[in-house]
Write a protein that binds this ligand. Sequence first.
Ligand code: FAD
Length: 362
Amino acid sequence: MDFRDAPEEAAFRDRLRTWLAGRAGTFPKSGDEYWSRSAQWHRDLYGAGFFGLSWPTKYGGHDLPAVYDVILDEELARAGAPARPSLGYLVEGLGRHGSEEFRQRFLPGMITGDERWCQGFSEPGAGSDLASLTTTATLEGDEWVFHGHKVWTSYSDVADWCLLLARTDATVRRHKGISAFVVNMHQAGIEQRPLQMINGVSNEFGQVLFDGARAPADHLIGEAGEGWALAMTVVGHEREPSTLGFSARYGKLVRAMAAQVEGPPPAELLWAAVETEMLRLHVRRRLSERLDEVVHGPAGSLDKLLMTWTEQSVGHAALAVGGTRDPELLSAYLYSRAQSVMGGTSQIQKNIIATRILGLEA
Ligand SMILES: Cc1cc2nc3c(=O)[nH]c(=O)nc-3n(C[C@H](O)[C@H](O)[C@H](O)COP(=O)(O)OP(=O)(O)OC[C@H]3O[C@@H](n4cnc5c(N)ncnc54)[C@H](O)[C@@H]3O)c2cc1C
C-alpha cells in the first residue's frame, strides 16, 4: 500500500495549503466562536471548491475519491483551521433512502451549507435503545403532525431542517413502526431548549420539543415504517473515523503537546502518540478498502471504539500536560469524554461486536 500523494493529489494539497495560508490568523479561538462561525466556514470551504469532495457532482459534490477528504482533514488540522463540517452521515442517510426527487431537493443545500440540518433521533428515554422512541407522527389530511421530545440534538438551534425519527405505528414490532421525516425547523410547534456542555460550550446542541409541528405528506423519507433502516445507515457512517475526519486533529494536538513539554514526556502523551498513529493508518486502510468497494457493516463498531480510545488517550495526555491550568487542553480532555457516548456508546459497540461479529449469544 502506497500512502504517498499521487501527482493530482499533491496539486490539490498545494492549492488547499495556499488558500489556507491566506486565511491564517482568522480561525476561531474558542468553542463558542467555532460554533457561531461554523455556517460561514462551511460556505467558505464549499465556495473555494474544498467541500463535498467525494459526493456526486449532480448534487453539488466533486465526485473525487475519498482520499481527497483525508487530504482536506490533514491540511485543515495542519493549518489550525476548523474541521470539515461533519455531514457525511446525513448525506448518506438521505442519499441512500430518499427518492431521486428528494435527493435533488435536499442534498445540494446540505452540501453547499445554504441549508443547515440537525439529526433528531435521541430522546430522554431513547438513546442506546433507540427503538423505544416515543415521538409520534400522525397523518392529518395531507400533513404529518409531530409530538415528542428530542435531546442532544447537535446544531438544533441553527438548523433549517431536521432529519427526524418518529413512530407512525404503535401496533407493530418496535423497529417496524418507526419512520423518517424531513421537518422544517422554522415553524410554530417547535420549542428549542439549549444545553450547556461541561467544557462551557453553549451553542453546540440542545433539546427540541415538538408540539403540533407539521410537515407535508411527501416529506416522509421512503415508506412509512422504513425509518429504522435509514437510522442504521446514519449511525453506521457516524461511527467511521474516515467519514468524521477527526484523526488528523488528534495527531496535530499530540505534536503540539510534545513541543510544549520540557524534559521526558509523560507516559500518557507517549501512548496518545502511538494510538494516534495507529488510527491514522487504520483510516488509510479503511479508505483503500472503500475504494475497492468493501462494505464493512458491523465492523464500523470496531472503528468507533478505536476512535474513542484514541480521542480519550489524547484527552488524558492533555490533562497530564496541561493539568487544569491550560483551558484549551482542559477543554480537549472534557470533550473527549463525549466520544464514548455520541453516535452510540462504547458499551453498545461492544454488544454489536460480541453478537454480530463474534456470534456470541446474549
Ligand atoms: C456530543 C454529543 C452529540 C450528540 N448529537 C446527537 C444528535 O445530533 N442527534 C441525536 O439524536 N443524538 C445525539 N447524541 C445523543 C447520543 O446518540 C446518545 O447520547 C447515545 O446514543 C446514548 O444514549 P443516552 O445518552 O440516552 O444513554 P443511555 O442509553 O441511557 O445509556 C446510559 C448508559 O447505559 C449503558 N447502556 C445502555 N444500554 C446498554 C446495553 N444494552 N448494554 C450495555 N450498556 C448499556 C450505556 O452504554 C451508557 O453507559 C449526541 C450525544 C453527544 C454526547
